[in-house]
Design a protein around this ligand. Structure first.
Ligand SMILES: NC(=O)c1ccc[n+]([C@@H]2O[C@H](COP(=O)([O-])OP(=O)(O)OC[C@H]3O[C@@H](n4cnc5c(N)ncnc54)[C@H](OP(=O)(O)O)[C@@H]3O)[C@@H](O)[C@H]2O)c1
Length: 312
């Protein structure tokens, strides 16, 4: 991409004809993918043209890229030929990952500060001239019974898990609108389809993400922006001090997934723009059914009645 193209994007004008043709083709492929999903034939793919939109050359901001699911997503994006923009607070980690992934662009960002989020978007546009995808993944756990919730600490969590997601959508949507297309993937949690004792405050924050995502999908549809929701089950990362690593603290009947597994699903959502993907609890599966909108609807993933994390 040359400097003229960057200038054009900052001014909100369209990209070169060649790029538009590639993007139109990708969108057409994405529609085929969604149609196939209704018929239940889609498989999780970590790579591959013809499986929705080709991610080659796509500029994708990944928040929370310094560890866990976000880091794994950045690695898979790099492998798919995309240009991941790495956002998180720990600059040393982002610098190291950026050095390893030659197409990555580290931008240290505190997602609880809307000014930093706007700066993340501005720096990305200045560098690449466009933003094709946003993965709203940065988030934190909050595990205790409701009577023990410290309101001040919980307000900080909401700043990250909820307001951070909103700020990123607000900062990114105008850029995608000027392009006539874009994909946003919001990372929620499987706890939101339960009423999990000991995890209620966290699940409530992610339930807010579910609603923001659903409404943003409707509000941005006419601008060519697809908003997707991914609901991971428990995943072995640094989340909650690494409580799901090495099988530790996994609630009975649940199996901690690898962050790469979740990242593959996030890439699927980036490729297809589909509305929602619930990652089934239990052992990892290479293939999912299309997730129904309402929990409990026919074909919905089987989930335990309640999720209580031992020791909380
Ligand atoms: N692991 C699970 O069992 C599980 C299950 C369902 C959903 N999820 C969701 O998956 C997402 C990723 O979590 P994970 O499991 O990968 O956990 P993780 O390894 O702890 O990663 C969390 C990421 O969020 C970033 N982050 C935290 N505060 C931030 C801030 N103020 N500004 C910018 N970035 C911030 C962290 O980076 P810095 O500290 O460097 O800022 C880190 O990169 C979260 O939204 C989580 O709620 C996780």
């Amino acid at each position: 991409m040359n400097s003229n193209q960057v200038q054009d994007q900052v001014q909100g004008r369209v990209q070169s004809q060649g790029q538009d043709q590639v993007q139109d083709l990708g969108r057409a492929q994405g529609q085929v993918q969604v149609q196939d999903q209704v018929q239940g034939r889609v498989q999780v793919q970590s790579q591959g043209q013809g499986q929705g939109q080709d991610l080659t050359g796509r500029v994708v901001i990944v928040t929370g890229a310094s560890s866990g699911i976000g880091e794994a997503t950045a690695r898979l994006l790099h492998r798919a030929g995309a240009l991941p923009v790495l956002a998180a607070r720990r600059a040393d980690r982002l610098t190291a990952l950026g050095a390893e992934l030659d197409t990555a662009f580290p931008v240290p960002t505190d997602m609880t500060d809307p000014a930093q989020v706007r700066s993340l978007v501005e720096l990305t546009v200045r560098r690449y001239g466009r933003i094709d995808g946003l993965v709203n993944n940065a988030g934190a756990s909050f595990h205790c019974r409701l009577e023990e919730v410290d309101p001040v600490a919980y307000a900080r969590l909401l700043d990250l898990n909820v307001i951070g997601v909103l700020s990123a959508i607000q900062a990114t949507a105008p850029v995608m609108r000027s392009q006539g297309e874009g994909r946003i993937v919001n990372v929620s949690s499987g706890t939101t389809v339960l009423a999990p004792p000991g995890v209620g405050a966290y699940a409530a924050s992610k339930s807010a993400v579910n609603m923001l995502s659903a409404v943003a999908r409707k509000e941005l549809a006419d601008d060519g922006i697809d908003v997707s929701l991914v609901l991971p089950s428990i995943t072995a990362t640094e989340f909650g001090g690494g409580m799901f690593r090495d099988g530790g603290n996994a609630p009975p009947g649940l199996v901690a997934h690898t962050p790469e597994y979740v990242a593959r699903v996030i890439l699927r959502a980036l490729r297809t723009g589909e509305e929602r993907i619930d990652i089934p609890h239990g052992p990892e599966q290479p293939e999912f059914p299309r997730s129904p909108w309402a929990p409990g609807a026919p074909g919905a993933p089987q989930v335990p009645e309640a999720l209580e994390v031992p020791g909380t």
